[in-house]
Design a protein around this ligand. Sequence first.
Ligand SMILES: Nc1ncnc2c1ncn2[C@@H]1O[C@H](COP(=O)(O)OP(=O)(O)OP(=O)(O)O)[C@@H](O)[C@H]1O
Length: 280
Amino acid sequence: MELTLTGVGTRLGGRWVLDGIDATPPAGHLTGLLGPNGAGKTTLLRLIAGLLTPECGAVLVADRSADPAGAVASGTGGTTARPVDSLTRRARARRIALLEQESTSAVPLTVREVVALGRIPYRTLWGADSDDGAVDRALGHANAAHLADRPWSQLSGGEQQRVHIARALAQEPELLLLDEPTNHLDVSAQLSLLAFVRDLGTTSVAALHDLNLAAAFCEHVLVLSAGRLAAAGHPRDVLRPELVREVYGVDCDVLTHPRTGRPVIAFAEPLPTTAPGVPR
Ligand SMILES: Nc1ncnc2c1ncn2[C@@H]1O[C@H](COP(=O)(O)OP(=O)(O)OP(=O)(O)O)[C@@H](O)[C@H]1O
């Protein structure tokens, strides 16, 4: 799925929290959405998912489907683009998966039942899943197959996170949106999750706090600062010491990974005048 953001802005609680966001995350690749606490990452993911409607600008999605009805703009190569919030709820549920930051489920379900929630948009009128292998595949990809029959409420934070990831994968979306997906995961699970998403071939956008994970796995990064886009591009071009200093108020050196050639950010000290997390 192709995704284009043009001049996207919105207010929450009467305050502009995003403004003038223009971005084109590359189709079929993983884009990292970066920025300090409160920069607007979650809000932008919710706008992209169509859960919020922008007050200005538009979030456009495009594919090569044969039905251009309602399309408002032409994309490249015969694609048609339309505002994401013009898709029906069912179409959005089939095509876009959003893994929210602190997803919780108070209901007494097993892990398999939680993951099967991701299949609801594919159920027939009689409640049958059109692909009864999808839940098991998703559990396997999220390294959660061994948890399938456990009660959801008894899992550790990292295990619950894997199950939420499995639920998003079970949707088999064309656009995968992940809000801090590595939260609670151990280092091995963080690396395997991002490598898996990178290799999916699905257009994916993941809000990440770990700049080194973004540098290692993302094809493209968008850096938000106080609701505006501070930089966009390949991590090698964007994650420079000046940018990290300007956006995060932290001194660092950027090295080159001896095996992958990717940037590695070696942090030094926070700059003395910076209050952590406060957009400047
Ligand atoms: N419902 C709301 N009403 C008013 N303001 C809100 C609401 N939700 C978020 N905000 C504000 O919008 C701004 C952006 O919040 P958002 O959650 O998008 O940031 P974020 O980059 O995801 O932060 P974090 O890294 O801490 O998760 C913040 O200043 C936040 O306080």
